[in-house]
Structure formats: C-alpha cells, structure tokens
Design a protein around this ligand. Structure first.
Ligand code: NI
Length: 174
C-alpha cells in the first residue's frame, strides 16, 4: 500500500457543511475516507469513459422480475448460458409469491457486459434492474501509478509530509 499524503483544500464554508452532512448521512467516519471514495469513483468513471468497449470490467446486474411472466425464467437462463464465460455467479432470491430478484456477477469486456445486461433488462416481465460496473482494485491502483509516473515533475510532492493512519485521525474531525 502506498504512503498516505496530506493536502490542504480550500472550500467554501457552506459547501463544506453540506458535504459533512452528506457524508455523515452515508456513514462516513471521516472526510478523508469520503474523499478517497469520491476520487476512486471518479478514476473508475474516467477510465470507463475512455476505454468503454474493450476494458475488462466487473459488473453486478440486479434484476427484479415476475417469475410468472411467460417463459421469462427460461429466456433469462438461456441468455446467461449463451454468455456463460462472462457469468461468474448468480444469486437468486424468492422475494415474494410472485417476485424474484437476481444478482448476476459478470466479468468481461465492458461492451459485452453491457450488451448482456441490456438483453436481460429488456425482457418482458423484468420490472426493475440496474447494472453496476467497476474495475478490479488492482487496476484502479495501476491506473493511478501510471498517471503519476507520467507526471514528470514531482516538485509538489516535496511540500507534502507523509502521514499515516493515526496522524490522519488526529486531524480529521476538524
Ligand atoms: Ni424466485
């Protein structure tokens, strides 16, 4: 794991208050962790925008559907078997007498993952669903390391003192 750096952020008072309220509501203990998650999300999003089709991604597709719908279960199963190399795992929940929920974990090229998800989401009887796409954690880190090495000048880095967990904790409630 790389060293932790501390940096100052200039931000309007009301903006920071709103941010604090938001992250408190989401259960974050510190601004630092909330900011790290925002940065990671931005890095993943930025990479997916640039390399949409060929990038190897992880996905989770959640579907809620009426299992009484005509041949729906057979169609869903058939589509997944047709792309079995991308289907890592399937979690099926019998939600009620009528409804089922499936969470399908997918792995493959982004374009193919999206296409498979669209094929399932568009089936008649699927009431709601959404695909979440992310990257392996290692890939996110590689991306960050790569961008850093291309930066050339590390002048700004010298002004930053390294801090570690406990030091960070001392400052984060402020
Ligand atoms: Ni079911």
């Amino acid at each position: 794991m790389s060293d932790l750096l501390r940096f100052g952020v200039s931000i309007e008072d009301d903006l920071l208050q709103s941010f604090d309220q938001l992250i408190a509501g989401r259960g974050y203990a510190t601004r630092s962790e909330a900011l790290r998650d925002l940065i990671r999300d931005a890095l993943v999003g930025g990479r997916l925008e640039k390399q949409q089709e060929a990038t190897e991604v992880l996905g989770s597709l959640t579907l809620v559907y009426d299992h009484h719908a005509h041949e729906l279960a057979e169609k869903m199963s058939g589509i997944q078997h047709g792309s079995h190399e991308m289907v890592v795992s399937v979690l099926h929940v019998h939600v009620s007498h009528d409804d089922c929920m499936e969470v399908i974990v997918l792995r493959g090229q982004a374009g193919k993952v999206r296409k498979l998800a669209d094929a399932l989401l568009s089936l008649k009887g699927v009431k709601h669903g959404k695909l979440f796409i992310t990257l392996p954690a290692q890939v996110i880190s590689e991306r960050a390391a790569s961008a850093h090495s291309h930066n050339g000048s590390h002048a700004d880095k010298q002004e930053h003192s390294h801090s570690h967990g406990k030091q960070d904790a001392r400052h984060r409630s402020g």
